[in-house]
Design a protein around this ligand. Structure first.
Ligand code: NAG
Ligand code: NAG
Ligand code: NAG
Ligand code: NAG
Ligand code: NAG
Ligand code: NAG
Ligand code: NAG
Ligand code: NAG
Ligand code: NAG
Length: 806
């Protein structure tokens, strides 16, 4: 607390000076300047080389309390108060006796003060050196702008150890930026980046090498910018480590300054004192900031994900790679943000190529962002490895080593020393055509306008013989595929991938080994076994070549519809379509591999599967059908439910397969003129009569299948064995049901016998499903509920009570 008398004393002492304050550089205490467009007359140095006051910024309503070159057109700012934060019109700076310079906002709130040493301030003085000084009683300096530097050092200025320069944020934003010049206590003058929040200093990218570990006296302790424009570090033993050799222009004719520029380059400039001329670079450090910053933390010279290229003036140019853009449009030296998010949640290795692409950058690297190093890699393998990896943002290939890198990328540089290529992932603007997903779009379609989609795989042939042949070929195909237990695709069926991978013919030709290993042939095309490289794993797939489609008019449209409708279904009881090929004449479908083959082989094989397993499978099929019938916005009717078309995955989950291998039809529900589809024995009777075809045809087929699952007998299988009474499974089952002969149905299956209540329920559901009158059959929802035991099952009537056949 200062005594009021002191103020008064100083006031009288200084009174004579006040009239000449503007001409000799002296400013009385009590003087002030108010920031305003008109009246901000600065305090000038005697020579008028420098001015102190409010410098109007480009944004006309903002002012920076600063010191600048007054005489040259480019009124370069060399010092600023308030950590570079500008103030608004009406703000005021005043010299007070106790706090020195005090900056207040228009309401009088103090924003900053120069906090002088414990001494009363008598007056201020704008020195011709560019140093604004506060002088106390007895001509003692109590504060100097030179001792509180910002981003610039001027001749005669000395930085003691512990001293710091901060770069600006940007050329025009004077807030403290990311770069620092510090004279460390160990004697080194260093440049480093820092963390903006806590000011934590990251690794240095320039050292003056004025550190001596063994001899304290040899350490640097001052950075001196002398009158003639030399800058050196002075050591305790009076050694001068000159930072830049070479001639220096006479200080009488030239202004000199050394500024830690906003881009992190510490630069000494000179400028002729005549008003014309430019600031010319005399020297700068470091030589190449793009490659100079190597610390693990921090951004590097440019922002995150940015690429730094050093230009001819040794300044960094920053640019965002393809697919990235500036986070702050006004700061091109700042961070770049990707225009997509790459989430592992829905990242499908197999279809990543449809969504993402790689741009190639020559001699570009982000050396601090590695997470994988792969040796002996070709360009192709390096590219694919990144493309199929949901973590990978970019891969760098140098001398057959492939480094995978993750976001955010730091220390990006474009430099010939990199001597490698970068493959940078970006998301394509036009992902492959994604029609409305039938299963995830809002179910606002009314029942009446539901599009009926008929899906079948094998046309019911007129003669039984052809049918048997077809079915046989079909079974053979799957038998061959699924007997081969190679690597399995363990992708969970519930994975919500919505994007099919579009394969090229070449890719599938390679996957299927040139289509040499033909596994089988049917009316629908040829099936090949294939192995696809997906990321680091090799996955077995079934590749179906739909050659027959070539003859279909409008096949393009139909193929697309099929792929889109079936490909976008997601249910754990459906086989997943991995992708397709639609190239020229080629139409192919790629399915995930089902390791446990067909339900037909499982059910009718040597070993009778357990009742528990069978009931689980039946329920799975019912749920899959329910999904197709009711849980998609358009109804999908499979039309060919039979044990050959149910596959079993690794965990013996039932997976309905074989969608759209044959013609896909879209008709109105009212239309009836559809050729018979399905397989004899499983085909609902209405197919034979001009009756509307509805989802109930699948219910019928499911009923037959359910009875087969209960009994482990083929519906039409016993024709050859001579067991006439059991030849038509459905008739025999109903007979047994009427006679209450469950034991005959399941034979010596003790597990089933012990669970007779459930077996009975399943049986009744099966009989309900095979009712001749479609309206009598329950919906798949009802079926599922009955199988689950959620609703009671009534005693079913005879399947053929209405005697439609006559
Ligand atoms: C600044 O000067 C202009 C004319 O030179 C005048 O119109 C304006 O009112 C002045 N503004 C202030 C705040 O004095
Ligand atoms: C101005 O600065 C020079 C160099 O540091 C110094 O010699 C001189 O005394 C200063 N002038 C005043 C009035 O303090
Ligand atoms: C300068 O940058 C800082 C930090 O980004 C920001 O908060 C401030 O508003 C900027 N100042 C101006 C005048 O744009
Ligand atoms: C340190 O260095 C100075 C000057 O080089 C030398 O005079 C002095 O003897 C040295 N001291 C030690 C302890 O080596
Ligand atoms: C400035 O430093 C340089 C290098 O040490 C020296 O040659 C020159 O004489 C110095 N100038 C002044 C005015 O001290
Ligand atoms: C400043 O430098 C540029 C290019 O170096 C030059 O074109 C321009 O004429 C110079 N300006 C002055 C005032 O000398
Ligand atoms: C992302 O940027 C790339 C490159 O500029 C562009 O091709 C692509 O369309 C953009 N993607 C999105 C989703 O905007
Ligand atoms: C590439 O790597 C091999 C093995 O590490 C090394 O012998 C060779 O010198 C390297 N070549 C280049 C150009 O770096
Ligand atoms: C890398 O530098 C070269 C030469 O300066 C330039 O042509 C190229 O565009 C730069 N690449 C990137 C990605 O900045």
């Amino acid at each position: 607390m200062s005594h009021p008398l002191h103020h008064l004393l100083f006031f009288f002492l200084l009174l004579p000076f006040s009239t000449v304050a503007q001409t000799n550089g002296m400013v009385d205490f009590g003087s002030s300047i108010t920031a305003s467009v008109n009246a901000s007359t600065p305090w000038l140095s005697p020579s008028q080389d420098f001015a102190f006051g409010f410098k109007r910024l480009e944004d006309n309503n903002l002012f920076l309390l600063s010191i600048w070159y007054y005489k040259i057109p480019d009124q370069t700012i060399v010092w600023y108060a308030n950590k570079g934060i500008p103030v608004s019109t009406g703000s005021k700076v005043e010299i007070t006796a106790d706090k020195g310079l005090v900056l207040t906002d228009p309401r009088g709130q103090e924003l900053w003060n120069s906090n002088p040493d414990l001494n009363q301030v008598a007056y201020g003085f704008m020195n011709d050196t560019g140093n604004f000084m506060l002088v106390g009683g007895g001509s003692v300096d109590v504060w100097q702008s030179f001792k509180d530097p910002t981003d610039t050092l001027l001749p005669t200025q000395i930085m003691e150890y512990g001293g710091v320069l901060f770069s600006r944020q940007t050329q025009k934003n004077f807030s403290r930026g990311r770069f620092q010049l510090r004279l460390l206590y160990d004697g080194n003058l260093v440049l480093n980046t820092r963390d903006l929040d806590t000011n934590f200093a990251y690794d240095a990218y320039y050292w003056s090498n004025t550190y001596d570990a063994d001899n304290v006296t040899n350490r640097g302790y001052q950075v001196i910018f002398n009158e003639t424009g030399y800058m050196y570090v002075l050591t305790g033993s009076n050694q001068r480590k000159v930072l830049a050799p070479g001639i220096v222009l006479p200080s009488g004719d030239y202004y000199h300054r050394a500024t830690l520029d906003f881009d992190g380059v510490f630069t000494q400039y000179y400028h002729p004192k005549t008003e014309n001329g430019n600031w010319t670079v005399f020297w700068s450090e470091p030589d190449n900031i793009c490659v100079g910053i190597v610390g693990k933390e921090g951004r590097g010279a440019c922002g995150y994900n940015s690429i730094c290229t050093i230009n001819d003036n040794k300044r960094p140019d920053c640019s965002c790679p393809l697919g990235f853009s500036l986070l702050d449009q006004s700061d091109k030296y700042g961070d770049c943000k990707p225009n997509f998010t790459q989430s592992c949640e829905d990242y499908d290795k197999s279809s990543s190529g449809d969504l993402y692409d790689l741009s190639v950058l020559i001699d570009t690297d982000w050396p601090m962002s590695d997470y994988e190093q792969l040796e002996h890699m070709s360009e192709e393998r390096c590219r694919n490895s990144c493309l199929q990896d949901c973590f990978c943002a970019v891969a760098i290939l140098r001398n057959y080593t492939c480094w995978k890198k993750k976001l955010p990328l730091s220390n990006g540089r474009n430099d010939s020393a990199v001597n490698g290529k970068a493959f940078m992932k970006f998301r394509k603007s036009n992902p492959p055509p994604q029609p409305t997903d039938p299963c995830f779009s809002p179910p606002d379609i009314k029942k009446n306008d539901r599009t009926l989609i008929l899906v079948g795989s094998v046309l019911l042939s007129i003669s039984l013989f052809v049918n048997v042949v077809l079915t046989g070929a079909f079974c053979l195909v799957f038998f061959l595929i699924y007997q081969k237990k190679i690597l399995k695709n363990r992708d969970g069926p519930s994975a919500a991938e919505t994007n099919l991978r579009c394969f090229t013919y070449e890719e599938l030709a390679e996957a299927a080994d040139g289509f040499k290993d033909e596994l089988g042939r049917g009316s629908f095309g040829i099936v090949y076994e294939g192995v696809l490289q997906m990321g680091n794993s090799r996955n077995s797939v079934a590749v179906k070549k739909l050659d027959w489609l070539v003859q279909v008019k409008d096949r393009e449209k139909e193929f697309r519809t099929e792929v889109n409708v079936i490909g976008q279904t997601h249910h754990k009881n459906l086989v997943r379509l991995v992708g397709f090929c639609n190239e020229g004449e080629h139409r192919m479908l790629v399915y995930e591999f089902m390791s446990n083959g067909m339900l037909a082989s499982f059910l009718f094989g040597e070993m009778k599967p357990s009742w528990n397993q069978r009931s689980k499978i039946a329920l799975g099929i019912a749920r899959g059908l329910l999904y197709l019938h009711e849980e998609c916005s358009i109804q999908i009717i499979h039309c060919d439910i039979k044990p050959q078309n149910i596959l079993l995955d690794d965990y013996y989950n039932a997976r309905i397969s074989d969608f759209g291998l044959a013609k896909l039809l879209m008709i109105n529900q009212s239309q009836t003129n559809t050729g018979i589809r399905g397989t004899r024995g499983y085909v609902a009777p209405e197919w034979f009569r001009s009756k509307p075809v509805t989802a109930k045809v699948d219910v019928y087929s499911f009923g037959v299948l359910l009875l087969e699952i209960i009994t482990c007998r083929k519906h039409l299988g016993e024709l050859e064995t001579g067991q006439e009474d059991r030849a038509i499974l459905t008739d025999w089952v109903y007979e047994c049901f009427l006679k209450d002969r469950l034991d005959a149905l399941v034979e010596d299956d003790s597990e089933a016998l012990n669970d007779s209540r459930n077996v009975q329920r399943f049986l009744m559901v099966g009989i309900w499903c095979i009712q001749e009158d479609p309206s009598q059959r329950p919906t798949m929802r009802k079926v599922t509920q009955m199988l689950e035991g959620v609703v009671e099952v009534a005693v079913p009537p005879s399947p053929s009570q209405f005697s439609f056949l006559s």
